[in-house]
Design a protein around this ligand. Structure first.
Ligand SMILES: *Cc1c(COP(=O)(O)O)cnc(C)c1O
Length: 511
């Protein structure tokens, strides 16, 4: 007698499955399309600047499909949809935010990782993937000059990497059992010290972890955007006297606005004296620590208790890929590990890492693969060359801007150059001009972004609205950079003619 359920399973044919022959054909065709897309990038508009309504219209207003469609038709529809209506951060003149060109090898790695579908929560579910993740963490540490024997985990982005360090610091430094008793388990309120340039992750972290935004002490920066140590010392003294418990200082290695690097060495010694966890947000700048000529403060990342690094920024990996490292090898496990009954492990496998114990996620994708392959493909040398080139190009842009009569250079740090358009007949320091120059540069950026030829973003420093180019783009070349000052000046001139208010009327004697 055959079991009827058995007979059914022999004939089962789910629409989610795909015969190998079909996969091969669709895969080859898709890879061909992607290769042509990569080739076409330099000639494409950076963005088609569509409105949300227009993009929604492309998708059509339809309900969840009741019956399925053919996979080949779907891919033929969706590939051009994405190629033609995305913002192309892989374009050589995309210099906006801190979003890099993604290495094509990373796309193949993500495909491979998805095909094997390793669940890097538990070693038993992902033996090779877990070991590759461990090696990736080690190599990232080696690259940036951190202790290779540190503990670490791959996460989705810089925010998450910083969050993990925050939670590890809180668990390590609270003198009570914070995992059991919570933030209120002691008399003293936990306080954290960051510069005013710190990325918004810190606000989300204190919020989500229940400390509340009052736990943040915003420390002023100097004119160059560096955290002021004298102010930090004063604030620490004041807080200690009033019974607070300072547990965390954050230094930034490459601020998100101007790329400024905090005085990391001095911060590290102060934190050691004060018994405070010192975390470095290196989401953007940490990879540049691989350069022997990197700024001295960037070369002392090894002094940090923990570091956030973002391979989907300056290691050119496709989004998402980030990493948190800490030289306190049990800190992540102490902060995140639970041992539920349904995870029963062979006690002989003590050397195996079950990554669910080191972070917030349970089921986890294999993000390490794209980073591991990129590190092997480029090697330390390849990364140093590419990062150095990005920095060189940012400096070239800064010089080009500085030499241009209509542009005013502001700052250059790592690969971030900030500047603005200033009509030559307006004195930039004339207080009457300040608001107009901000409006003019805002409008200029808007036009530039929707124009689709060059993509920059902005920074605001001391109430001055700046155009900001961040080069984390291995496709950017000298000729791309050389073209930018004139493109911006021409646009600025046109907007200035249309926007100039009467009180700043052109001086007819000026040309
Ligand atoms: C980008 C960035 C972040 C946030 O990283 P995501 O990957 O966007 O989550 C945090 N800090 C700094 C300094 C950054 O540059």
């Amino acid at each position: 007698m055959t079991d009827p359920a058995d007979a059914q399973s022999r004939t089962r044919r789910s629409s989610l499955d795909m015969p190998a022959e079909e996969f091969r054909a669709l895969g080859h065709a898709l890879i061909d399309d992607i290769a042509s897309f990569y080739e076409s990038l330099p000639g494409r508009r950076l963005t088609d600047a569509s409105t949300p309504e227009a993009i929604r219209a492309l998708l059509g207003q339809r309900d969840l499909p009741d019956s399925g469609e053919q996979a080949d038709a779907l891919l033929q529809e969706v590939a051009p949809l994405l190629f033609d209506h995305s913002l192309h951060n892989g374009h050589p003149k995309f210099l906006g935010y801190i979003t890099s060109s993604a290495a094509p090898l990373g796309a193949l790695a993500d495909l491979l990782a998805a095909a094997v579908n390793a669940n890097v929560a538990i070693w038993d579910l992902s033996p090779v993937a877990s070991e590759i993740e461990a090696q990736t963490v080690r190599w990232i540490a080696e690259l940036i000059g951190y202790d290779p024997d540190c503990s670490g985990i791959m996460v989705s982005g810089g925010n998450m990497a910083n969050f993990h360090a925050f939670v590890a610091a809180r668990t390590a430094k609270a003198p009570w059992d914070i995992r059991k008793l919570g933030n209120g388990g002691g008399e003293q309120p936990l306080t954290v010290y960051v510069s005013t340039e710190t990325h918004t992750w810190i606000e989300k972290a204190v919020d989500v972890c229940g400390l509340g935004s009052d736990a943040i002490r915003w420390i002023a920066t100097d004119r160059n955007g560096h955290l002021r140590l004298d102010r930090l010392r004063l604030q620490l003294d004041e807080d200690r006297q009033s019974g607070c418990l300072p547990f965390l200082v954050v230094g930034t290695a490459g601020s998100v606005s101007t790329g400024a690097i905090d005085p990391l060495r001095d911060l590290a010694s102060l934190c050691r004296e004060e018994d405070i966890w010192f975390h470095v947000d290196g989401a953007y700048g940490a990879p540049a620590a691989c350069l022997p000529e990197a700024p001295a403060d960037l070369r002392c990342l090894s002094l940090a208790d923990s570091i956030a690094v973002d391979p989907h920024k300056w290691l050119y990996c496709p989004i998402e890929a980030a990493c948190v490292l800490t030289r306190h090898t049990s800190a992540l496990r102490s902060a995140f590990s639970f041992h539920p009954d349904y995870y029963h492990f062979d006690e002989s496998q003590l050397s195996a890492t079950n990554y669910y114990e080191l972070g917030m996620q349970n089921s986890r994708g294999f993000k390490a693969l794209k980073v591991w392959l990129a590190l092997r493909r480029a090697g330390r040398q390849g990364y140093c060359d590419s990062i150095r080139d990005d920095i060189r190009l940012a400096r070239a842009l800064f010089t080009g801007v500085d030499e241009h009569a209509e542009l005013q250079a502001h700052s250059i740090n790592l690969s971030i150059a900030c500047f603005r358009y200033v009509p030559p007949d307006i004195a930039a320091d004339d207080p009457g001009a300040a608001a107009y120059l901000n409006d003019l540069n805002k409008a200029l950026l808007q036009e530039l972004q929707s124009g689709g030829h060059v993509f920059l973003s902005n920074a605001v420093a001391d109430d001055v609205y700046l155009l900001r180019a961040c080069i984390v783009n291995f496709r950017t070349r000298d000729e791309d950079i050389e073209a930018i000052p004139d493109i911006i000046a021409a646009l600025g001139r046109r907007l200035d003619r249309a926007m100039r208010p009467a009180n700043l009327a052109r001086d007819p004697s000026a040309s």
